[in-house]
Design a protein around this ligand. Structure first.
Ligand code: C2O
Ligand code: CU
Ligand code: CU
Length: 477
């Protein structure tokens, strides 16, 4: 399978009891998959992308007769798709029209200057605007996304609807255009009977908020029709707060061609794929058999602190109708896609130990999610690194559940996983900005920051990030 996680997926060790929320609302399924609206480039000059993104309250009709208040970018949830080409200069005016809340836009995974990256240290007040400016270097093509990152409000702004996709395309793409290029963005939704999204509970804070529905491009289990023999390119984005997606494509064949930070060196066939929160994959799916092909979730034991474990196995995420009529033969996928640099020997080794603590105080139950025993402090620099220098980071998960570890401003390569004394190495090189560190597991990765400034590293279960599992690396020029 796809070497995206520790290889212990599958056999849920928590008794498999499942709950459905008491007032869970059924959503219509099977509507044709909609294309994500694009953010229109306002610039006339070649190589420049200029646009405006406004975060604002909006309404979405997930079920007949129910209008759900959400937050949207330009009124849309998921936000509009941004597509640029590497080398482009980008200028985005951000207007925060969220009543009474600070926000920012963070360009998840992209090599943008630290002061343009929407860090919690650079909030945009409610009613204010700011312009984000950056250019995308050669070699930065990849599948990125954007979302808010204000201190203490990231989790709720994301589950209420603020997240969008940012594609950086290469100047010359080795993947045949005949495959198309279809983003599939997964979000998670919990809906009360009156159509509102309930506030997060204590259990949500502990485990990360997991809703009742996984949506694809804002729709539940949408459908797609193709001819037999069709090959399609899909980009998968896990934009949920805390949902772990282990998936297979029944009656179709998956080949992985890229990860968070762009293409692999060679295509890799995969029986199943795995996306922890914030991870992405670029895949080719071949529909060889007439009938129905289904993208479906498989059970996955991500560890669990609270009393319940939601049903996340065997949900149909996308239903594809494959016609008997044959498609024009698709051009072959090249067997070399690009070269990924060898990062070489690290100049520095660091260790990050992830722990959870639970306690009681006068106000009731307390909990903290810590890195090296400390909770996040915006005013504290945790480590100092040097731009251009390769480091080995060892992420040790001593907690009872998985923590997807993310670093801003660069892409890294994981080189080793260790669990119960067993060491696994990756089968191939890949650029990542988020890697799942399963409970009881240690992940080692090579990382180099090329741009100076303060960068965040954190668990991408957004509730954990807000309860302290985040730090700051100050990269010196
Ligand atoms: Cu999606 Cu701090 O990140
Ligand atoms: Cu990020
Ligand atoms: Cu976590």
């Amino acid at each position: 399978g796809m070497g995206g996680h520790g290889g212990h997926g599958g056999h849920g060790g928590h008794g498999g009891h499942t709950i459905s929320a008491p007032n869970a609302v059924a959503l219509p399924e099977g509507a044709p998959l909609r294309e994500l609206p694009r953010l229109v480039n306002q610039a006339a000059a070649k190589g420049v992308f200029k646009a405006r993104l406004t975060a604002q309250p909006a309404k979405v009709r997930f079920a007949a007769g129910l209008d759900t208040p959400v937050l949207g970018y330009n009124g849309l949830s998921p936000g509009p798709l941004i597509a640029v080409t590497e080398g482009d200069q980008v200028e985005i005016i951000f207007a925060n029209r969220i009543p009474g809340e600070e926000s920012t836009i963070h360009w998840h995974g992209m090599p943008v200057p630290a002061d343009q990256d929407g860090n919690p240290m650079d909030p945009v007040a409610s009613g204010a605007e700011r312009t984000y400016r950056f250019s995308l270097p050669e070699g930065s093509a990849g599948s990125y996304w954007y979302h808010p990152h204000p201190h203490g409000r990231t989790a709720s702004q994301v589950y209420r609807g603020l997240a969008g996709i940012f594609l950086v395309k290469p100047k010359v793409d080795p993947i045949p255009v005949a495959y198309g290029d279809t983003p599939l963005v997964f979000t998670d939704l919990r809906l009360a009977a009156d159509g509102t999204m309930p506030d997060s509970t204590m259990v949500d804070l502990m485990n990360g908020r997991v809703g009742d529905h996984v949506l694809v491009n804002g729709q539940k289990n949408p459908s797609l029709s193709v001819l037999r023999g069709t090959k399609r390119r899909f980009r998968l984005f896990n934009a949920t707060n805390a949902r772990f997606l282990r998936m297979s494509f029944e009656d179709a064949a998956i080949t992985v061609i890229g990860t968070d930070g762009g293409l692999l060196e060679k295509p890799v066939p995969a029986d199943e794929i795995f996306l922890a929160p914030a991870e992405r994959l670029d895949v080719i799916v071949a529909f060889g058999k007439a009938g129905k092909a289904t993208l479906r979730t498989l059970d996955y034991d991500r560890g669990w602190m609270g009393p319940h474990r939601p049903a996340d196995a065997s949900m149909s995420l996308l239903s594809v109708n494959v016609a008997q009529a044959a498609a024009e033969p698709a051009p072959p996928l090249p067997d070399r896609l690009r070269t990924i640099e060898d990062l070489g020997a690290p100049a520095q080794t660091r260790r990050f130990v992830l722990t959870e603590t639970m306690g009681m105080d006068a106000s009731g139950m307390t909990m903290a999610f810590l890195i090296n025993g400390a909770a996040f402090d915006m005013k504290r620099v945790d480590i100092v690194a040097k731009a251009g220098e390769v480091e080995l980071w060892e992420i040790v998960n001593q907690a009872d559940m998985d923590h997807p570890f993310h670093v801003h401003g660069t892409q890294f390569q994981w080189v080793e996983r260790e669990r119960n004394g067993r060491v696994t190495k990756p089968a191939y090189r890949a650029w990542k900005d988020t890697v799942n560190v399963a409970h009881g597991e240690t992940v080692r990765l090579l990382i180099r920051q090329d741009l100076p400034g303060q960068r965040m590293y954190h668990c991408h279960i957004l509730e954990h990030e807000e309860l302290g599992m985040m730090g700051i690396v100050d990269v010196k020029a």
